[in-house]
Design a protein around this ligand. Structure first.
Ligand SMILES: NC(=O)c1ccc[n+]([C@@H]2O[C@H](COP(=O)([O-])OP(=O)(O)OC[C@H]3O[C@@H](n4cnc5c(N)ncnc54)[C@H](OP(=O)(O)O)[C@@H]3O)[C@@H](O)[C@H]2O)c1
Length: 367
């Protein structure tokens, strides 16, 4: 379907360019169907050489386009949309905004309710057709949604999410690229310290990270399952993992200002909720409890002691569970009740009898 569509990318900077590069690499997409804009059109010369129409005239670009991808910065997008609004045609145009934090309702206030408006949160791996793109939209039209998904499928994987999760998608998927790159950089520096030249260390680190991701993607496994396979008792892998946790590796990601989050109170209005590991810590934190770096080893097997409760009705009093966390729940709020502990941690599981639905939090990994 996307091969027949005329696509305009308005504001072709880092991300817009990544998307155009990805589209150009897709054999189904013709370069002559793509128009790319920015004010400094000289910076798009390589696209023009590849057959893409390049211009600084946004109005001209949307006239011939059907799918319009807005790659502008959040502080720019409204001004550009105000200029273009009178020229949008609801029978022809589909808008997709990449702008972080700009809601569909904000865009609709300018372009009107009739225009199909979508938000997409890709990442810069679109440049190498490996983006993770989260999409949400204001219309029920399956056809429009399919066009948007087809466009971003050309540059990687896509999922449809609720708009309320778009900020979380930004942190996990878009900022996530930087977190992983910093991790790789640290691996390379470690590799150099133990004897490799930078090029070899980089080769080993990047292929290792790629391999770890492929293991999870292709086998559909939980990370701990694969970690367990490479941790021998008293071995160097478990020593390294524990050292990472003692230095706050997981907790740095969880406590980051932009940590992945969901509105648990809102979820509980609709469903009973089970929070596992980070989910249990997040709920505790949101209700005023204390989550902090653990000073005891909490990686590996642990003996769980349960209080009789509906969640554990078929679980024996002393059961073995798997723990893997650097942070731990130090204090739970008054409305929560502890329903399990281990020898190392007092809050291995808790319950909150919230209305209309209860919340259960468990720090171990039943999955
Ligand atoms: N970078 C990421 O990883 C990422 C991930 C997800 C979402 N986002 C979102 O994607 C959007 C773009 O981010 P970015 O990093 O790609 O920003 P960027 O590199 O600054 O790209 C924005 C481009 O817009 C162009 N522009 C500015 N005013 C314009 C106008 N009036 N008409 C046409 N083009 C104009 C600029 O080029 P000229 O100055 O030459 O016009 C610039 O190249 C942002 O809203 C961001 O929140 C980014």
């Amino acid at each position: 379907m996307i091969n027949d569509y005329k696509i305009a990318v308005i504001g072709c900077g880092n991300l817009g360019l990544s998307i155009v590069h990805g589209l150009l690499a897709d054999k189904n997409v013709k370069a002559e169907n793509i128009t790319a804009t920015r004010r400094n059109v000289q910076a798009l010369k390589h696209l023009a050489d590849a057959g893409v129409t390049t211009t600084s005239d946004n109005l001209e670009a949307i006239k011939s386009a059907e799918l319009i991808v807005l790659g502008l910065k959040p502080y720019k997008i409204m001004d550009v949309l105000k200029d273009l609004a009178p020229h949008f045609d609801s029978s022809k145009h589909i808008l997709v905004s990449l702008a972080t934090g700009v809601h569909i309702a904000d865009i609709q206030r300018i372009v009107g309710e009739d225009i199909p408006v979508y938000r997409a949160m890709p990442n810069t791996a679109a440049d190498v057709e490996t983006s993770m793109t989260c999409v949400c939209g204001n219309k029920d039209s399956a056809r429009d949604l399919q066009v948007v998904l087809d466009c971003f499928s050309a540059v990687g994987d896509t999922i449809v999410i609720d708009e309320s999760l778009m900020d979380s998608a930004t942190v996990l998927g878009a900022c996530g690229i930087a977190y992983v790159l910093r991790f790789i950089r640290a691996m390379i520096q470690g590799g150099i310290e133990i004897g490799f030249d930078a090029k070899t260390a980089s080769h080993i680190a990047t292929q290792t990270v790629k391999g770890a991701a492929e293991l999870l993607i292709q086998r559909n496994q939980h990370p701990e399952y694969e970690i367990d396979k490479v941790t021998t008792p008293r071995g160097c892998t478990i020593a390294g993992l524990n050292e990472m946790e003692h230095n706050g590796f997981s907790s740095a990601l969880i406590k980051d200002e932009g940590h992945p989050t969901v509105d648990i109170k809102a979820l509980l209005q609709q469903y009973p909720v089970l929070g596992i590991c980070y989910g249990a810590q997040l709920a505790c934190h949101q209700y005023g409890g204390v989550v902090a770096a653990s000073d005891k080893r909490e990686y590996g097997r642990a003996g769980l002691h349960v209080t009789r409760d509906d969640l554990f009705h078929s679980v024996e009093e002393a059961s073995q569970v798997w723990m893997s966390h650097g942070d731990t729940i130090k204090n739970i709020p008054d409305e929560m009740t502890i329903i399990a502990h281990t020898d190392n941690i007092p809050v291995a599981a808790y319950k909150m009898n919230s209305e209309p639905h209860p919340f259960y939090g468990i720090q171990f990994h039943p999955e």
